[in-house]
Structure formats: C-alpha cells, structure tokens
Design a binder for this molecule. Structure first.
Ligand code: ATP
Ligand code: MG
Length: 719
C-alpha cells in the first residue's frame, strides 16, 4: 500500500517521530513546529502501516474542538471515517468510561455532571445547611479547596488534619458536599477524573480490559496535564502499552488550575521515551517568531529550544496605544475591516485577550459594523440562564434526583412555590436521605404542605411526570421543545423582561432546540451504550462554547489567550497589553505566576501566522472605575526593531466621564512646549490633535520616549 502521503509533508524529525518503532515517544517542541500534525499522522500511520485497529487507539486532546478537528484530519488522511477511535478530552473520555461502569463505581446510571456554576451553588447550599459563616467559609474559596484536593487525588479522609478547628470544618464541608453529590448522583469535573482513576486502580478486571484495549495512547498538549491525568495515563499504559506524548514546556498555562509541567520530566523518568525535538516552525513569519522567542527568553528554568523558520521575514509587529478601551476596540475592528477589504476573510482574524470581560467592547463595535463574530469561552451558550433553565427540565426528565436541576426550576416559571416550601422540602430530604424530588413527593402524599403549596408542588411533579412519560423516548429535539412549551418558559421571560431581552432568550431557546435536534451522538458513545440524552447533557456540561454560532462559518474569532492554545490565525490581535491586566495583577502575588503569564503571552504571539497587532489602552473602566495603566512589561521585552508603532488617528471616541486631572486646554500648549508629566518626567510636545480635554498630544519624553496622551488625563505642567 502506498503510504507516502503520510510522510511527504513532514520534515525529517517529524518523520522520525511518526514512524518510530516500538516504545514510548516524547515530542518536545516549540509552538507551531508541527506537534499536533505529527500526532495526527502517527494515528494514521499506526492504522495504515501497523494495522492497529482504530478501537485500539486512545487520543487525548485539550478541547472538544481540537478533538473534532483531529478526527476530521485523521479521516482525511485515511480516506475513511475512523469509527471506534477514541479521541477526546480527559474529561470526555472519563465520562464515557464512567457511564459504561456506573454501577461499579457506585453511581446511578443517570448520574449528571455538575458544571462549575452548579457546583458553586451546591457548595454554598451545603455551607448554609451546616450553619457555617459564609464570611469565614466563602463558597468560592471552598470550591477551590475541594477541587484542588480532588485534582491531587485526595478524598477528605486522605487530607491530614492538624487539629485546627478551621481545617476540620473545611474538611467537613468537603465531606458533606461529597455526600450530597453521592446521594443525588452528581459528579463534578474533578470527580470525573478521580472516579475513573479509582475504577482503574481498584478493579483488576477493568484495568486489564482497558490496558488490553488501548495499545497506543497519544496525548497532545501534555505540558498541561494535572496530577490525576498523569496518574490515569500511567494506569492505562500499564507495562506494555505505548505512549506518544507531545508538548511544549513554554506553553504550560494551566498551572493555576493544577496542571503540572513537571509531568514532562516525570514522563521522561518513568517511561524513558525516545525524545524527538522539532525545531522548525511552519506557522509564523520570522519576525513574529523572533519576537515571541525574545519574550519567552525572559523566563528562567526553561527546557530550552531553538526554534527557527524558513518562512519570510514578514511585516513588523504593530503596536497601538489607545487612550481608552473604547478606542482600542474601534481600532481593532477598523483593522479587521481593512483586512476584509483587501480580500481577507473574517475567520482568518482573531482577537485575543486576557480576561473574558474584555470581549464586550469588541462585540459592541462588531455588532454595529455588522461583522459576524464568535466568542469562545466567555459566557458559554450552555451557561446562559435561559438555556440552563430549559436544560434543567431535560435533566429532571433524565434523572428526577438531580437536585440542582430541581432547585433551579421548581419555581421557574413562578408557580407559587415560595422559599418556605422549598426549605421544607430540603429539610425533609436531608432528614430522610432522599432527593428533593422524592421528598417533595412524599410530602405531597402525606399532606405535609399547606393546601396551596401542596397543589403547586403536585402540579410541578405532574409536569415532570408527563414530560418523562410522553417524551422520555422521543427524539431529543422534540423532548427539548416539549419541555420549553409545557413549562411556558417563553411566556415567563416575556412577562418579566423588556421585549428585546425576552426575544434574545427565545432565540437562544430556539437555538437550543436546534442544537438538540441536530445532535449526533458520537459513535463511540453509542457503542458504549450511552443514551443520546446522556451524551447531549454531558456535552453541554463539558464543551467550552465551541459550537456557539456554528451557523456563521466566516466570522471573527474572539477568545481568551487560554482558549487560543493550539490554534492559528493569519491575523492576530492581542488586546489589553497593560500591567495589571496582562500580566494579570494576581501574578504579582504568587511566585511563578509571572512566568506563567509570560508563557501565556508566548502562546498568544505564536498563534499569529502573518500579522500580529498588539494594543493597549491608557485608561479602561474596570468595575465602574476608570483605571490608568502602564503598558505591559511584555511589550518592552520585544525588541523595538521588530515593532512598528502605529500613530493613532483622530480620536473617534470621547473619553469616559470620570477622570483624574482637571481638564486642560490644548490651546495653552503648542508644538515645542516643554512640559512635565508626573510619571514620565520632562518632555516636548510634538503633535496636537483635537481640542480641549479630548485633545491628544504626542510628547517626546527625555527618558520615557515618545507617548501619546489625552490632555484631560495627562496632568501636565508647563515648565
Ligand atoms: P502548537 O504548539 O501551537 O500547538 P504545533 O506544534 O502543534 O503548535 P501544528 O499546529 O501541528 O504545530 O503545526 C503548525 C502549522 O504548521 C500548521 O499549519 C501545520 O499544518 C504546519 N506544518 C507543520 N509541519 C509542517 C511541514 N512539515 N510542512 C508544512 N507545514 C507544516
Ligand atoms: Mg498543537
């Protein structure tokens, strides 16, 4: 069989990795050097040349989107659909295994995944039930505490307690929360991993089964695996299976969530793999690559790489200083319009930022300019209130003991079930060790409610019962639609919200029905015996908004730097390059965090293929306050000769109302005037644009160099 197509488009080092014989392989290489490509070709190579059945392969990626992409690329290389091949995220794969062995790990078949928002609410509930002070035990912190321990594989009993009353209470909260989850058939993200680990560790039969099945395990973005994931990999590998692992220590950006870049070193120690280094970058222009390399050079303790490219030099990076965040957004969108006018596509452009809240301003301008866009991450589609409301009905139909779903919709839409009634149900449930649904039913039967509340609760239980009977077996789309209609959700939003808000919610509900209708269950899920509803609900909880806006193929991509990992775009904007925002202010608090922020900067820069545009704003509203900030230190780490500073055009946006210094009159200053700035010191005015407080002036400072400032903010003093 001719397999040259699997090797032609690879360089020597890549080919060496793809065709490696028996044994483990570690591909350690910088951004854009073809690690993911190598992994895809390796899968195809194993199937076509070594005749490994797709069923014998397990490939792990970081997002569902990457998994879909990988499946598609393997299919293209092989010219057939690789059915039976398990490709997914660690969470997705663990979910599937747990569904197949629910009983063995003590889970009801209908167990539900608790997303982080539901988890937070549940923890808050537990803290209240325990009558602890929420000031002393903030739910958010307890959520971090619990997840952290789970990610390290620790149950409450495994945590050493030094007899501190405080610590003992934290452990009690963890334990209560866990009991609650067990009772209600709920499983949080970390639990997905931990349960699977326990399943494989404690059951010889299961471990043997999966070890026999997955002769080859391939993992992308290995630098961001956490302790549990690494432990899982070791269990699955056993003593005879082959691991093919690719990663880049410079792109480890999830340390804050428990990822351990040391896993790369551990892997080398534990498995003695053949190590392949890729050094040629195929993604970016030489200029972009050089800039990114120079930034990451500022980190100590790197494994060290030498990344080069044969690509063209390309354009200089662009740097834009906006006087506020609104102007930054206007600037970025105007550049995207230029790109499109010159024949570029919207989907070739990406706006990357450090924090989700930054997307709003860009969205506003994109909407106004009628440019289609898609926001990844952010408030994910499945996290929107109305979508969660409707999904809660579907969850209850699937599993009536899903307490968070029950709490969410027992009085939504309002059916006259007050907080007192709910408290009664909760209390009964706690005492009887029942789910809320069961407690509500037994209270109804025993006449435990007032007549009015009793009727209302009975009505709700009947509604869930009807949906279960009539639509339990129906198609997903139909069941979803029925839940929305019977619960009269649309009427409910319309009755309490302005028309445009309600309409937006209805559109999202319609979108949800479409999503349910068009949901195709992964073949592997079906094979594993999962119901389509279970697959759908799991996907909703696990995916990172990746299917949002799928109808727009050609749209601008907006996402955080974190979610840009592994992707590439011809034109990349990195916005909000300001101290405090990026590097994030938190990085000042913990050692190691700054280095992680710098790796994030490296990840962002290396997404760009042809053009990289950096921007920062001198002022930005944060929590209703105008903040002034200095440019990010990362900007100063890029050699000046690689950067072209763009001159701002005329100011198009008025600065925010509240501001620092008293307005000054531009007329008072003229070209050549010497001024003193509180931070930048002495300088000379070289340009003035606009008038009054909004005027923008460019000043050549003796020590700080050339700056554009807004007169109203600048607190300049004539000397
Ligand atoms: P990251 O670290 O960002 O995940 P990566 O190392 O996984 O990057 P890939 O995404 O696999 O890199 O590849 C980067 C780009 O280079 C892709 O567009 C890929 O198709 C291209 N590429 C990789 N190897 C080659 C090659 N030998 N010839 C031509 N193009 C290549
Ligand atoms: Mg990659």
């Amino acid at each position: 069989m001719d397999v040259s197509h699997l090797l032609d488009q690879l360089n020597d080092a890549q080919r060496e990795a793809v065709t490696a014989d028996e044994g483990h392989v570690l591909v350690l290489a910088g951004a854009g050097s073809g690690k993911t490509r190598v992994l895809v070709h390796r899968i195809a190579w194993l199937i076509q040349v070594h005749h490994v059945s797709p069923m014998g392969l397990l490939a792990v990626t970081f997002t569902n989107k990457a998994a879909g992409e990988m499946r598609h690329r393997v299919g293209k290389l092989l010219n057939l659909r690789p059915d039976g091949l398990w490709i997914g995220t660690f969470h997705g794969i663990c979910h599937r295994m747990l569904r197949m062995h629910a009983a063995e790990v003590g889970l009801p078949e209908t167990f539900q995944i608790l997303d982080s928002d539901d988890q937070y609410r549940l923890i808050r509930r537990v803290i209240r039930d325990m009558e602890l002070d929420e000031g002393e035990f903030p739910a958010r912190q307890m959520q971090g505490f619990i997840n952290h321990h789970k990610e390290e594989g620790r149950r409450p009993g495994d945590i050493e307690c030094f007899d501190h009353a405080f610590q003992a209470r934290q452990l009690a909260i963890y334990q209560h929360y866990q009991d609650y989850c067990e009772r209600s058939g709920l499983i949080d993200f970390a639990e997905l991993l931990l349960r699977t680990l326990e399943l494989l560790r404690d059951s010889d039969a299961r471990r043997a089964h999966y070890q026999d099945r997955f002769g080859h395990i391939l993992i992308d973005e290995f630098q961001d695996t956490n302790t549990l994931q690494y432990a899982l990999v070791r269990l699955l590998a056993g003593s005879k299976n082959q691991l093919f692992v690719v990663g880049d220590d410079d792109q480890s950006i999830y340390g804050w969530r428990g990822a351990k870049v040391e896993n790369v070193v551990h892997f080398d120690r534990d498995f003695s793999p053949k190590v392949v280094r890729l050094e040629q970058n195929y993604r970016s222009t030489a200029t972009i690559l050089e800039a990114a390399n120079r930034v990451i050079d500022h980190n100590a303790e790197r494994m060290g790489k030498n990344l080069w490219t044969e690509g063209e030099k390309g354009e200089a990076l662009k740097l834009f200083t906006a006087f506020n965040a609104e102007e930054e957004a206007e600037f970025v969108i105007a550049r995207i319009q230029d790109w499109m006018e010159q024949g570029g596509r919207a989907s070739e452009t990406a706006i990357l930022y450090r924090s989700n809240a930054q997307s709003r301003l860009f969205e506003q301008v994109l909407l106004r300019e009628e440019i289609p866009y898609r926001v990844y991450g952010g408030l994910r589609f499945f996290e929107r209130a109305e979508v969660k409301d409707a999904m809660a009905y579907l969850r209850l139909v699937h599993n009536p003991h899903d307490d968070p779903a029950f709490e969410r919709v027992i009085n939504l839409p309002a059916r006259g079930i007050g907080e007192r009634t709910v408290a009664l149900i909760r209390d009964h449930a706690r005492r009887q060790g029942q789910s809320l649904f069961e407690a509500a039913r037994s209270l109804c039967e025993s006449g435990g409610f007032t007549a009015r509340a009793g009727n209302a609760v009975a009505g709700f239980l009947a509604l869930i019962g009807e949906l279960t009977d009539e639509y339990g077996q129906a198609g997903l789309g139909e069941a979803m639609q029925a839940a929305i209609d019977r619960a009269e959700l649309a009427d409910w939003y319309r009755s309490r919200e302005p028309a445009d808000r309600a309409e937006a919610r209805e559109e999202n509900l319609a979108e949800l029905v479409r999503a349910a209708e068009s949901f195709t269950q992964p073949f592997e899920d079906e094979q594993a015996g999962l119901s389509p509803t279970a697959s759908f609900l799991a996907q909703a909880a696990l995916e990172a908004g990746e299917h949002q806006g799928e109808r727009w193929q050609d749209c601008v991509q907006l996402m955080t730097l974190h979610s840009a990992k592994g992707l590439e775009f011809p034109l990349v904007f990195m916005a909000g390059m300001e101290e405090g925002l990026f590097p994030h202010q938190k990085s000042a608090e913990e050692p190691g965090r700054l280095a992680e922020e710098r790796r994030l900067c490296y990840v962002g820069m290396t997404r760009a293929m042809q053009q990289l545009v950096l921007s920062h704003a001198e002022s930005r509203m944060i929590h209703g306050q105008t903040n002034f900030s200095r440019p990010s230190r990362f900007l100063s780490e890029i050699p000046a000769e690689l950067v072209e500073e763009l001159r701002p055009g005329r100011p198009r946006v008025a600065p925010a109302q509240s501001h620092g210094g008293a307005p000054q009159d531009a007329e008072g200053l003229s070209l050549g005037t010497t001024v003193r700035h509180p931070r930048f010191g002495l300088g000379t005015v070289v340009t003035i644009e606009g008038q009054g407080a909004n005027a923008r002036i460019q000043i050549n400072f003796e020590s700080a160099g050339s700056k554009w400032l807004v007169l109203g903010y600048a607190s300049l003093e004539r000397v």
